[in-house]
Design a protein around this ligand. Structure first.
Ligand code: GLV
Length: 323
């Protein structure tokens, strides 16, 4: 096997070692710990047979032309691949792979961490203490919401949505409603979940957790009208992609206490936050770190590297999205 590989940022060593350990491959890695500037990206991918990308890189026609005709594979170290024009890649004969499965538990756990943090006002409590405001135990101090017995609405029952639903039902004693493009009766039986329309979920749930991919049909799936359907006591959790929620409308709904709170790992115009969002107490925010465990990120790096090796070996990468 011969060819040039470009890795757009430092990733866990296990992935880099797999690529560097393969005779004949010339591996170039962007060394600065920040998103590679577009111009530099387009320059560095020239002549590459494989590129290991992150969700911060746009893989489009311009990218494909800059890389040139020897490009065979793009492996995105993420489960989501809305940063990639899969159609253009397919037309150019470039295989695209992602890294599903290995981050399911990390992201489901993070969604839960967010849900519990917003329900029990963990960040607000931490700030309160650090600000020296704690004088004495108080019967009404920082009251939150119990999860047990509450209803969780899961929008999108892929691996991650199912992981969150299962934890909610089996671990926390919550009732689970879910929506997906298709019903899953086995899942309903095993978890005791109920299939419902998105609108129904929004009206009936105490917590709504979003787990759909970003597609034209899911952009602003949760807009002002949908937020208005939620209970004033309900919380929204988003660990999928920012543009699925109209963030400006969400800030308005949070400010007016139209809903009780939100916990977000992703943002519509990432890394920017909608004006006013960071000032609100009824919000918990994390910087797109839902899959950021040592375990998940190492496995993602490994899977992405393996996809490049497989494609260059003439094998079909396991997680091909250009089918
Ligand atoms: C992270 O957001 C991913 O898609 O893996």
């Amino acid at each position: 096997m011969t060819g040039k590989i470009f890795v757009t940022r430092k990733i866990p060593a296990v992935g880099l070692d797999m690529l560097a350990g393969r005779a004949g491959l010339e591996v170039d890695v962007y060394q600065k710990d920040r998103v590679i500037p577009r111009r530099e990206l387009l320059k560095r991918i020239r002549g590459c047979a494989g590129v290991l990308t992150l969700l911060t890189e746009k893989v489009d026609q311009e990218f494909l032309e800059a890389a040139g005709p020897q490009l065979k594979v793009v492996a995105n170290m993420a489960v989501g691949y809305d940063n990639i024009d899969v159609h253009a890649c397919k037309n150019a004969g470039v295989a695209v792979a992602n890294t599903p499965g290995v981050l399911t538990d990390a992201v489901a756990e993070h969604a839960f961490a967010l849900m519990m943090a917003i329900a029990r006002r963990i960040v607000e409590s931490d700030k309160f203490l650090r600000a020296g405001k704690y004088e004495a135990w108080g019967p009404l101090l920082l009251l939150g919401t119990q999860l047990k017995g509450k209803t969780l609405g899961v929008v999108g029952l892929g691996r991650i949505g199912a992981g969150v639903a299962e934890r909610a039902a089996k671990g926390m004693g919550m009732k689970v409603l879910y929506n997906d493009v298709k019903r899953n009766e086995d899942f309903e039986r095993s978890v005791g979940a109920e299939f419902a329309a998105v609108e129904d979920i929004l009206r009936r749930s105490d917590f709504v957790s979003i787990h759909v991919p970003l597609l034209p049909a899911t952009r602003h799936l949760v807009d002002a009208a949908k937020l208005a359907m939620m209970k004033p006591t309900a919380y929204l959790v988003n660990t999928s992609r920012g543009p699925i929620v109209d963030e400006k409308a969400l800030v308005a709904a949070l400010k007016s206490k139209r809903i009780a709170g939100a916990a977000l790992d992703v943002f519509e115009f990432e890394p920017k936050l909608a004006p006013g969002l960071a000032k609100l107490d009824n919000v918990v925010i994390t910087p797109h770190t839902a899959s950021a465990t040592f375990e998940a990120r190492s496995a993602m790096a490994e899977l992405a590297a393996q996809a490049i090796l497989d494609a260059l070996d003439g094998k079909t990468p396991k997680n091909l999205v250009t089918l």
